[in-house]
Design a protein around this ligand. Sequence first.
Ligand code: F0G
Length: 428
Amino acid sequence: MSYQGLEKKRQFKLQCFSCKSEYNLDDYGKFYHCTKCGNLLEVKRLRQSPAEFESKLPGIWKYFDLIPLWNKENIVSLFEGDTSLFECKNLGRQLGLKTLYVKFEGLNPTGSFKDRGMTVGVSKAKELGYKRTMCASTGNTSASLAAYAAKAGIPCIVLVPKGKIAMGKMAQAIAYGAEIFQVDGNFDDSLRVASEICERDNTTLLLNSLNPFRIEGQKTVSFEIVEQLCGKFPDSVILPVGNGGNISAVWKGFSEMFEIGLDRLFQTRLAGEKLPRLIGVQAEGAAPIARAFESGLKDRIDPVLSPHTEASAINIGSPVSWMKALGAIYESGGASYAVSDDEIFAAQRVLASTEGLFVEPASATPIAFLAKCAKEKPVEYASLEDSTVVCICTGNGLKDPNALLKGVTPDQIQTISADATSLERILA
Ligand code: F0G
């Protein structure tokens, strides 16, 4: 390893999220959980030395200093990240919000936020010499892993719950050349199978979001939001929650920026800057984290045994990263709520028809929550009205057109004869 690689390695450690036992980062994959208490692991950056942005590296890799990869030659990138932050004035006005932004993660190379994590996960698989990669997925993770594994030339196996993933996502995994298996069960069953296999086979790296390298990539969305707001934190960030990995990554990103100091990174004043509140939104039929928050639970959740939502990406009853997700919610002074499938579909249409942003159903949950708030005006609404709110819309609507087209048949769309006058008569 190069001298710079060795130097960089000294700046990071792997530790248990719960009991803080420490491990060598390069041993990750020989085990996936703390060998002492069984909880999830996380990466910590030791020395909060000033980080430099490397604008010549592709995608999220401009934050190379803050990402635990030792050698730049191992980067496997498809130019992920750098997604647009849209100011949504039309929708904001409709919902009575002063400043509403959407960070549209559907603009990533495979159409979801997963690419941020997967570029790091697959680069690490390459750096550590893994022969194979694997994941279980509700669709987006499989599409993303398949793409990055193809780019790296590392075989990948994906497990998906039979009949429960959007066809666009399945088509992606097929096109990118993944070896796909449908599991006769739900996502939680698929992840259990994938985990067991990877725990027994040290040549295959599991790339679900319990993998802390994925989280290190996903945290970059927070860096970008702060950069795009010219060095300011938003007041609230609202995002969908499934397995709980992404909300913990977003919190890690904001917290790391806070520790390093925005003044150092952006030459802005830190005075008065406060970390944002994170609001995690789930679908009613798969909402163990929202229910835990509602009951004030801090140290456990009650899994949903048969989760059901049409927002298939977040149809998860037993989120593996629940502890990290609840940590992010409570530490940020945030919250977690559930919305119905009808509210999700209405929000998906409203965002598309007012702002021109077509997101997949799971990604519309933050908007569904805001629309519900605007209607019911709970206490929560007051804190959102006059503040800067960022919704992270995690995936592209084109992945799952069937969800939107449900109930719409071609004969409901007017047919006209092929001459201009007949249409002019209708439009008059
Ligand atoms: N939004 C989308 C579009 C997703 O695909 C997912 C998760 C989430 C939100 C939730 O993120 O799990 O980190 O809380 N999709 C995973 C998958 C589970 O397999 O593609 P989370």
